[in-house]
Design a protein around this ligand. Structure first.
Ligand code: 26W
Length: 835
């Protein structure tokens, strides 16, 4: 500190940093220099002295110091013409669930230890200031987290890319619990500023809404001119995304809505202060808040406005860049690949058509060729209620020119279909962009499909089901378009960062190569039986469990035994994910313990976490049930602490980073055919948890890789689910045949877990017996039996550890670097420059 604060003047000299190869692997980082930089940032950027600085101030100062090292490399990437990439990927996503960024940046720049030391010298603990960073929660769940993993992988393997999304002022709501009921509170991640972002008020695009379409006659031809009734500005905020070893930096560009007119001065002058601001509030509401619905359509106009807002801004931005660099839109697909993350940005298809036709004078056929060659689309769900569609009158009113274009695309597609195959009416209705069944609606999935050259599912099973169900007829017409790209996760966050203990054991065992090539993990396999290695890994797992136990006791005042089996289900709460099945099994164990209190029960902790959509009554009641069961079980002396239940509130990326390394058992128990992929399943297996799961989503591929002996598969297959639904599932009969299940449902129904309100779950259980849509009762016995197998293996510590290591060793393939490599090769036609 002395060398920074000059005793004579008491002035603080801002240390100069030589233009070191920022971002290069920093073997011998100068700790003293980094310390100076952090101090200078604290002083000049945060405006605090070390004596008064809070952990948040230190976090911001550290983030700035690290950010500077990223920016040098980033600017280089953008500035130099000769280094300009041949082709860029634009990943359009309404969600980016990134979490905290400090350790991402530190690890990728190999600065973690230097920063730790630099801060320690100032009396500051890096691990404390790490938690002062708010999670960037600009997403709901799997789809948003996947986008974040993809951004990391694109930067790491050197795919030049921009992520485009919305800079929501408020991310996913904070979940609180009041008496076991979920409460939603607004999230406020920007309240103290965001040190990772660069505001670019000068990068702004006009986004039109409403108005009318004019036909202009020019040289004998008709040109359409859209005259919007309202214009909103989209302003860019950039976050640099640094890849592994700092070799490549991409950009996450998030758009914020700004009113063209900040204030209606005439209204203000009349004394109408609210009216003076009303327009601005309305306009800027576009980027105010993330839609918290998950897998449920939200028929709100604001959502469509968000979709068009960011799709249009992103297209204008990338077209400007393309024209600057290449001058002609004909070559767009040679230099630009646009990936639509689900249908949320699908309105970009008619928007690109409009730009080409109306603004650049292209012929329809040429414009369509360019469009299809540029776009590709990822589908993330087959649940019918989650497939987006918009009422025709709404699009007509908000985006009149786009509605015309959609009609024309549709007419031409239908005509082509008729020519290509003997298309009957049913087939035409199924491929039509317009759904005529429930009022006239535009189906965004069909629109994204026809506007893309490749359409991908996110696991092998999901892709197969796409071909057989929602896109059956479109697939028949375009048989080469659908491809599979099984999801992946970034190992840098989900192994190295989240589980440094395990990571260093793995490096000791098989060398540091695994950090660059996750397939190296395979080298562990022959060592799975090595008792010294088992011992080390199980000690580090125990340390992670002690840390999680502390979180559980701090937040819930529930005390759990770190030597118990940690049985974990963490994901959004949804009926198809069947948290209920897990709760029913919990109650079954509880009943058995009460029947035979003195048996040698194996200690187990059931850990749940996840948010329910605010309007999803059934999911919220499931949370309440988990909490009710927890309260009763945790306090019952006959259980002797051998079974504990913990519902951890406010599940987010940071909490996942604490739970996953501490998990022994991973619950992936969705009704087969309904979970498109799952990615938590991959994170948990990588960290040595064994999976209990159905043959659904990527579980199928996890099983193929880890082997049947190292995973607990149970329940109906997707085909059997289909068949059972077709013939009708009789839940009452299933319950009649299962004594255990009958007793469980009776207990819940009769108020054992809700003594103050004994009728609370009556309707819930009766509903399950009347319409068991997700086949909970059909799979219960198989699930229960699979859980008994888990117990059996857990008792054999050596066998369990062997399986656990076999999981870690064999899931290297689920790295998102592999996934992105496949997208680059098969969909985008770009060559990664690293990796
Ligand atoms: C229209 C409302 C809405 C909002 C979000 C519909 C659908 C969604 C997403 C598609 C939901 C989602 O996150 N899907 C998940 O995507 C993950 C990444 O591919 C998969 O791993 C999960 O299985 C899938 O549920």
């Amino acid at each position: 500190m002395d060398d920074v604060v000059s005793p004579a003047t008491n002035e603080i000299a801002r240390p100069k940093r030589d233009a070191a190869p920022a971002g290069a692997p920093e073997g011998g980082v100068d700790v003293a220099k980094l310390r100076k930089e952090i101090l200078a940032e604290l002083t000049y950027s945060v405006g605090r002295s070390p004596e008064t600085a809070s952990p948040r101030d230190w976090f911001v100062a550290t983030a700035y110091a690290v950010r500077d090292r990223i920016v040098d490399r980033w600017v280089v990437d953008h500035a130099s013409k000769d280094k300009r990439p041949e082709k860029r990927v634009y990943y359009l996503s309404l969600e980016f669930l990134i979490g905290r960024l400090l350790f991402d940046a530190l690890n990728n720049l190999n600065l973690t230890e230097a920063a730790r030391e630099a801060l320690a010298g100032l009396g500051v603990d890096l691990d404390v200031i790490r938690t002062a960073e708010p999670d960037a929660a600009l997403g709901n769940g799997g789809l948003g987290r996947l986008a974040a993993c993809f951004m990391d992988s694109m930067a790491s393997i050197g795919v030049p890319a921009f992520g485009y999304g919305i800079r929501y002022d408020h991310g996913l709501f904070r979940q609180g619990m009041r008496d076991g009921w979920q409460q939603e509170y607004p999230e406020d991640w920007l309240s103290f500023g965001n040190p990772w972002e660069f505001a670019h008020p000068e990068i702004d695009y006009p986004i039109g809404f409403g108005g009318y379409v004019e036909q202009v006659y020019e040289q004998g031809a008709v040109r359409h001119v859209w005259r919007p009734g309202e214009v909103v500005e989209a302003v860019a905020f950039d976050i640099p995304v640094v890849g592994w070893r700092g070799r490549h930096v991409n950009t996450l560009r998030l758009w914020s809505a700004r009113a063209a007119d900040p204030l209606k001065l005439d209204a203000f002058n009349r004394g109408d202060y609210i009216g003076a601001l009303a327009d601005r509030v309305r306009v800027e509401s576009i980027s105010k808040v993330l839609y918290p619905s998950d897998e449920t359509p939200n028929g709100q106009e604001l959502r469509l406005r968000q979709e068009f807002f960011f799709a249009s801004a992103s297209l204008q931005d990338l077209i400007r860049r393309h024209l600057e660099e290449h001058g002609d839109l004909r070559s767009l697909p040679d230099h630009v690949a646009i990936q639509l993350n689900d249908t949320h940005p699908a309105i970009a298809v008619p928007e690109l058509m409009r730009i080409l036709l109306d603004l650049h004078g292209f012929e329809w056929a040429d414009a369509w060729k360019i469009t299809v060659a540029t776009f590709s689309y990822t589908n993330h769900t087959l649940l019918p209620e989650a497939l987006e569609s918009w009422p025709v009158p709404l699009i007509d009113r908000l985006l009149p020119r786009h509605m015309q274009i959609i009609y024309l695309i549709n007419a031409l597609e239908l005509e082509a279909a008729k020519k290509k195959r003997a298309a009957d009416d049913a087939m035409l209705a199924s491929i039509s962009l317009i759904d005529e069944n429930s009022g006239r609606r535009v189906r965004m999935g069909q629109l994204a499909f026809v506007g893309s050259h490749k359409i991908n599912g996110v696991s092998a099973l999901h892709t197969e089901l796409m071909k057989q169900t929602v896109f059956r007829d479109l697939h028949a017409l375009h048989p080469t378009r659908i491809v599979n790209k099984t999801n992946g996760i970034t190992f840098r966050r989900w192994l190295s960062q989240a589980n440094p203990g395990l990571t260093s054991i793995l490096i000791d065992a098989i060398g540091p190569g695994l950090l660059d090539d996750p397939n190296e993990l395979m080298k562990l396999l022959p060592m799975a039986g090595d008792s010294a290695l088992q011992e080390k890994i199980s000690e580090s797992k125990r340390a992670n469990k002690v840390a999680l136990a502390k979180i559980i006791s701090d937040r819930l005042d529930v005390h759990v035994d770190p030597d118990a089996l940690f049985d974990v289900q963490i994901k959004r709460i949804h009926e198809y994910k069947r948290q209920l099945l897990n709760i029913l099994e919990t109650v079954a164990i509880y009943n058995a313990m009460r029947a035979q209190p003195m048996r040698a029960w194996m200690p187990r902790v059931k850990i749940f976490a996840g948010k329910a959509a605010a309007s999803y009554h059934q999911a919220k009641l499931t949370i309440k049930l988990a909490n009710d069961v927890a309260r009763v079980v945790n306090q019952d002396p006959t259980v002797r602490g051998l079974l504990k239940v913990a519902f951890l509130p406010n599940y987010n990326v940071s909490l996942a980073e604490a739970i996953i390394p501490a998990a022994d058992l991973s619950e992936q128990i969705s009704t087969a055919g309904m979970e498109a992929s799952g990615t938590g399943n991959m994170k948990l297996a990588l960290n040595g948890a064994l999976t209990i799961g159905t043959l659904d989503g990527a579980n199928v591929e996890i099983k193929e890789r880890v082997g049947d002996d190292n995973i607990f598969i149970f329940g109906l297959t997707a085909q059997e689910v289909e068949a059972r639904k077709r013939r009708g599932h009789d839940a009452r009969a299933a319950v009649e045949n299962s004594a255990v299940l009958r007793e469980v449902l009776d207990a819940i129904r009769n108020g054992v877990f809700s003594p103050g309100d004994p009728a609370r779950y009556r309707g819930f259980i009766d509903g399950l017996l009347d319409h068991d849509t997700f086949l909970v009762t059909a799979d219960f016995d198989a699930y229960f039996a699979a859980q008994r197998k888990v117990y059996k293996l857990w008792r054999d510590r050596d066998a369990w550890m062997r399986s656990s290591i076999a999981n870690t060793a064999q899931v290297g393939w689920f790295s998102s670097d592999r996934t992105i490599g496949e997208y680059a090769e098969d969909i985008w036609n770009v060559r990664p420059s690293l990796g």
